[in-house]
Each structure stands twice: as structure tokens, then as C-alpha cells.
Design a protein around this ligand. Structure first.
Ligand code: GLU
Length: 497
């Protein structure tokens, strides 16, 4: 139960409980984030619990992917548990329920023999022979070593309704008689998810269970377990599903890498932007703001702001560019967060990407390049295509026709570049002197400033669409600039010739 504060309010304890049977799904990341925001907003505790009792489906690769993804989100947690280390506690809870007469041993192999089924769907409910076995007979067969599953004795008489209030989906109820006698312990003695989850949630004093909507129907069973074991059920808040543009549930099998958290990291999302994006999938603050810092998200987060309808993640199938792989809102938010970062920090995040591609760029140089490109990149990896000409020794080949200024010709390109070579051999490589010298040269040659700048820009960057010219020249320096103009003159010669 929540810890009480002096003011009568309580500090919530929430948990994220992934099963390590796959990679970290964006939906799971959202569950983590919503729990974290709830905990931080209310000064409570965030608990990470690895639901790793399904030994057949667990993999180390999945554990790694979960920790990789969470590490990137960089939000942290306060306590960490492994469900597999708590099996004795789960068993104890199961036997407490058994001793109260609320569970029974079922010696029949799963779902065989004479069975009770529910209404029209005919779902298996229980085997009467097993449910009604006398205590003496049950004890005798168990003592003889016969394997059994331990099943919850779901109340079937009296038309009992199981109820709970979900903070998102409202009042929920279901006839107990429609719930099957689900297992608490399997015949190999291992706890089921339902049992282990409830036993742990009770023991860890979880106050709020915030998890995916796909667990909404499990919750009736969980309410039964909590009550049978003598615990007050926590508050529940189920989160709407994430769906693809065609309305189908987001899945790796159908939708590929867009569903995995590390795909966003590797494509150059800032974790802050990714968190911001995920928050908008199924939650919105009262004022409908979109671009929010972590602090703002923490301040504004509330369970009341979560809506019930499925949240659509938009992307193009098949995507032809890295950008199309992602929801345009995610990309837009990323660009916004990039612009909001202090230059030093952005530079520090770009540097490993550039160095990772094998370019030998110093932190000092990166810090000079960063302000020139930060308005021009949407994903961090765009630095490789936007600022490439700062990193390479040799520009990749470009079309010499690009050197020709607007309303000019090849002869004008040659004339401009020849004069630029002279001017740039002597001028100080600082913004203002470069600006004055090149404008003066344009006047002398009788060309417009733009006609002067374009051939120089293409000569040093290899394309027309590039960051501001004088700042670019400053960073490139005299030697590289002159060498590239020289090469451009040879290319222009080809055009003229
Ligand atoms: N291990 C469960 C899952 O990954 C946890 C569900 C829950 O939060 O109770 O779906």
C-alpha cells in the first residue's frame, strides 16, 4: 500500500514489469514512461521488475534489449527485482489461497476429461471431477506424488460480479461464473503469470498498476487473487493500444523495426524527443501542448489525461527514406528538441555519430560546425548528410553544372571562381572580412552577390543547399577552401571546354 505522507496524501509505488521474451517494444517503453511520470509527479517510487519466470521463452538477448532501451531513455528507477528470485513467495501466496479453500489441486492433464464450458463460446471453465474432489482424496493423491496444477476456485454460485474501477476505462465488471478456474501453479510447480504478478505486486506494495489495455481482462482474475490472498487490490490504469495506420495492433512481425525502441535510438532520435512523442500516444495535457521537456511532462502528467481510444503511430509502408519510417510528429518533435538543446550538448551528441562513421573530427571542430547545421537536421544522423563536406578530405563527385550561377553561364562561373581564389588567398578567414571581400569582388566583376556566392558554395560544399557561406568558410579554413576552388575551376573548365 502507498506510504502515507504527513499531509495525508500517499506516495505511489508503481512498477514496469516486462517479460524478457522479445525486444523492447515502443508500447512497453510508453508503459515504462507513464509509470515513471506518475511516480515522479507524485514523489513516489518507480520499480523495475523483470517478469522472468517463463524460462522456456526468456532469452538473454531480450533482457539485453530491454536494458539497452531503458538505458537510452535515461529515466532510471528506484528499485529492481527479478521475479525468478521470488518464486517461494509466489508459492506461499498460492498455498495461502489453497488453505482458505479458494484453490484446489487439479490432477487431470490440462483441459481434458469431462468439462464445464461457458455459454455460446464454449470456453473451458473447469473439470467438475477435479473441482469437486474431496480434500482427503486430493491430499492422498498429492502425497502419492501425482502431479497437479493448483487452480483458483472461481465462485460460481450466487451470480457474483467481479468489479474494479479502472482509472482510464472506468467501472469494469464481469460475472465470476464466466471466468475459468485459472491456474495459480502449473503441474511443474511453477507459478503462473497471474499468481506471480499479484503476489509480487502485493509484496512490493504496488499502489497503482499502469499497464497495457491488453491486460484489462486479466485484471478480473487479479482482483480475485488479491482478495483471496487477503490484499486490497491496487488502483488500475490501463493504457490504450498502439496501432498502425491501418488500425492493426503494432507488432514487429507485421510492422518491422518501427516497433522497436532501439530503432529510434539508432536512427538519431534524442531520447527526450522520443519520450515526448510516446507521451502524446494516448495522453494529452489539458492545454494540448505538444513540444514538452521532461520536466514539463512530469509536471503535467495525470491519469485523467489518458484517453481510451487506440493511439495511431503513423508511418509509411514501405518507407523509402529513414524519415518515412517514423511518425512525422516524432520527427518534428525531434527537430524541435534538437533546436532546444544547448550547442555544447548537441555537439557532444553528434560527435560520436560522426566519429562512428570513421571521420576524424575533434570536439572543437564539431562545436564550430554544430550551430551551422542545427536548424537543418531533424534526426541526429542527418549530420552525416548535412555536414559531410566538413568531414571529408575529398568531396564526392558533383555535377559541374551546379557551379553555374543563376542567370549566368559557365564563363561566369570560371570568372567568379578565379577571382574568389585570389581574394580568398589573402583575406582573413573570419565572417565579416569574408563577407566584405566577396561582396566587393562581386561588384568589381559586375555580378550579383548571389551569383558570386553560389559557385563558391558549390565548390566548397559540393551542392547548392548548404549552411551559411561565410561561417562555413571560416570552419573549413583557407587551405581546404582554396583546394576545393581549384578543383572546381578544373570542373568549370570541363563545362566551358
Ligand atoms: N510481464 C507482463 C507483460 O510483459 C506484465 C504485465 C503487467 O504489467 O502486469 O505483459
Amino acid at each position: 500500500m502507498p506510504e502515507s505522507l504527513a499531509n495525508g496524501l500517499s506516495r505511489p509505488r508503481v512498477r514496469f514489469a516486462p517479460s524478457p521474451t522479445g525486444f523492447l517494444h515502443v508500447g512497453s517503453a510508453r508503459t515504462f514512461i507513464f509509470n515513471w511520470l506518475y511516480a515522479r509527479h507524485h514523489g513516489g517510487s518507480m520499480i523495475l521488475r523483470l517478469d522472468d519466470t517463463d524460462v522456456e521463452r526468456n532469452t538473454q538477448a531480450s533482457v539485453d534489449s530491454i536494458f539497452d532501451g531503458l538505458k537510452w531513455l535515461n529515466l532510471g528507477w528506484d528499485e529492481e527485482y527479478k521475479q525468478s528470485e521470488r518464486i517461494e513467495l509466489h508459492r506461499k501466496t498460492a498455498w495461502t489461497i489453497f488453505e482458505k479453500g479458494l484453490a484446489y489441486r487439479d490432477f487431470t492433464p490440462a483441459h481434458t476429461g469431462e468439462a464445464e464450458k461457458s455459454g455460446a463460446q464454449g470456453t473451458w471453465l473447469f473439470n467438475p471431477g477435479a473441482r469437486e474432489l474431496s480434500a482427503a482424496e486430493s491430499d492422498r493423491r498429492a502425497a502419492a506424488g501425482e502431479p497437479f496444477a493448483l487452480r483458483f476456485r472461481v465462485p460460481r454460485e450466487g451470480g457474483q460480479l467481479i468489479r474494479f474501477a479502472d482509472a482510464v476505462y472506468g467501472e469494469q465488471m464481469k460475472a465470476a461464473a464466466d471466468i475459468e478456474d485459472f491456474a495459480l501453479l502449473r503441474s511443474d510447480g511453477m507459478p503462473t503469470y497471474h499468481l506471480a504478478s499479484c503476489a509480487d505486486d502485493a509484496d512490493l506494495r504496488i499502489s497503482h498498476i499502469i499497464r497495457g489495455q491488453d491486460h484489462l481482462t486479466n485484471t478480473f482474475k487479479h482482483v480475485l487473487i488479491f482478495e483471496a490472498a487477503g490484499f486490497t487490490p491496487p488502483q488500475f490504469a490501463h493504457l490504450p493500444l498502439l496501432v498502425a495506420p491501418d488500425g492493426t495492433k503494432l507488432s514487429k512481425r507485421r510492422h518491422g523495426p518501427v516497433v522497436s525502441v532501439t530503432t529510434y535510438r539508432d536512427a538519431g532520435f534524442l531520447s527526450e524527443a522520443f519520450i515526448n512523442f510516446l507521451c502524446l500516444l494516448g495522453w494529452s495535457p489539458k492545454n494540448d501542448r505538444e513540444n514538452m521537456s521532461l520536466q514539463e511532462l512530469t509536471d503535467l502528467f495525470s491519469l485523467e489525461g489518458i484517453n481510451r481510444s487506440n493511439a495511431v503511430v503513423n508511418f509509411k509502408e514501405p518507407a523509402t527514406t529513414p524519415e518515412e519510417t517514423f511518425d512525422p510528429k516524432a520527427v518534428w518533435l525531434n527537430a524541435e528538441h534538437i533546436r532546444g538543446l544547448p550547442v555544447e550538448e548537441l555537439s557532444a551528441r553528434l560527435l560520436p555519430i560522426v566519429q562512428g562513421e570513421g571521420f576524424d573530427v575533434s570536439p572543437e571542430k564539431m562545436l564550430r560546425i554544430t550551430p551551422l547545421i542545427r536548424e537543418r537536421i531533424k534526426l541526429l544522423r542527418d549530420v552525416l548528410t548535412t555536414a559531410d563536406f566538413f568531414f571529408v578530405d575529398q568531396l564526392p563527385p558533383y555535377d559541374p553544372a551546379e557551379l553555374i550561377p543563376q542567370k549566368g553561364d559557365a564563363a561566369m562561373a570560371s570568372k567568379v571562381l578565379t577571382r574568389a581564389r585570389e581574394v580568398l588567398a589573402n583575406v582573413e578567414f573570419k565572417h565579416d572580412p569574408l563577407d566584405h571581400a566577396l561582396r566587393a569582388a562581386a561588384q568589381e566583376l559586375g555580378v550579383k552577390a548571389g551569383q558570386m556566392f553560389q559557385p563558391i558554395r558549390v565548390a566548397v560544399c559540393g551542392r547548392k543547399n548548404a549552411p551559411p557561406l561565410f561561417e562555413t568558410l571560416e570552419v573549413l579554413g583557407r587551405e581546404t577552401t582554396l583546394a576545393r576552388i581549384e578543383q572546381a575551376l578544373q570542373k568549370a573548365g570541363v563545362v566551358v571546354g
